[in-house]
Design a binder for this molecule. Structure first.
Ligand code: G3P
Ligand code: CA
Length: 252
């Protein structure tokens, strides 16, 4: 569990910026990564999937509709076509021209400017696609400053086999006792439930922690939720409001 422990953090949960500092700048953009870094969060979470020509790009949804000026599946456009898409205007005219970054751009940004990356792999990733991430890890040398997470068990299995130098988290909506064994097989160091799943299955969360696995809860944006998660001594809180969460934790 070394990578998820911070010297001097005591029982304070780690603060993880969800899709970057997504409450204030367009999610999953380099600006959102930078704003989260400026806060000094413990990890910056972003989502990745691949373009039509197999380039890993940073976007949450499988379609472009919600957060860009284009429509249709991300997987229908090449990386070059995606590089012209406006992924900022949906959040306000001041963000016009914000782009969808490639994973390479985000990892190089982390390499040169600092920060720790929690990378969510959306959907199923082929061996070839994970191998591309592996190349980027070697190129940037940030293996010890990043973690991959996924809901997809096959993807995590491929990461275990082809990306062994990067720690893994298993994502679950609602955690179940059998997830502990699944996480062990995948070599995952944490099982991360939704806040709702955490609330529904507190005894499972205790069992996960008793088995020396971490628990990082997503996506908790309210103070009453943070209070509950702090009392439960979870390892980390994934939030759109990392600045407010830091303020809340500092006041405890
Ligand atoms: O970090 C976990 C969380 O991001 C998973 O949900 O839909 O926001 O990617 P989603
Ligand atoms: Ca995510």
């Amino acid at each position: 569990r070394g990578i998820i422990e911070r010297p001097g953090s005591g029982s304070r949960p780690l603060v993880i910026a969800h899709r970057g500092y997504s409450a204030v700048v367009p999610e999953n953009s380099l600006a959102a990564v930078d704003a989260a870094r400026a806060l000094g969060v413990d990890f910056i979470e972003v989502d990745t999937s691949t373009s039509a020509d197999g380039v890993p790009v940073i976007l949450h949804d499988p379609d472009l509709d919600r957060t860009t000026n284009r429509k249709g599946p991300v997987a229908n456009l090449t990386a070059e076509e995606l590089s012209f898409v406006d992924a900022g205007s949906w959040m306000g005219p001041g963000f016009h021209g914000v782009r969808i970054p490639t994973l390479a751009a985000v990892m190089r940004d982390i390499q040169h400017r600092g920060g720790e990356l929690l990378l969510e792999l959306k959907g199923e990733w082929s061996s070839g696609a994970v191998a591309r991430i592996s190349e980027l890890v070697v190129e940037t040398g940030i293996a010890d400053r990043m973690i991959v997470q996924s809901f997809n068990l096959e993807t995590l299995e491929t990461c275990r086999d082809l990306l062994p130098m990067v720690a893994r988290f298993l994502l679950r909506m609602v955690p179940k006792p059998e997830d502990i064994e699944i996480a062990r097989d995948l070599g995952a160091v944490a099982i991360n439930p939704s806040y709702k799943g955490f609330s529904m299955r507190k005894s499972v969360v205790t069992e996960i922690r008793d088995n020396d696995l971490g628990v990082f809860v997503w996506t908790a944006n309210e103070m009453n939720e943070w209070r509950e998660l702090l009392n439960a001594e979870v390892d980390g809180i994934i939030t759109n409001h990392p600045g407010r969460l830091q303020g809340f934790l500092a006041g405890r």
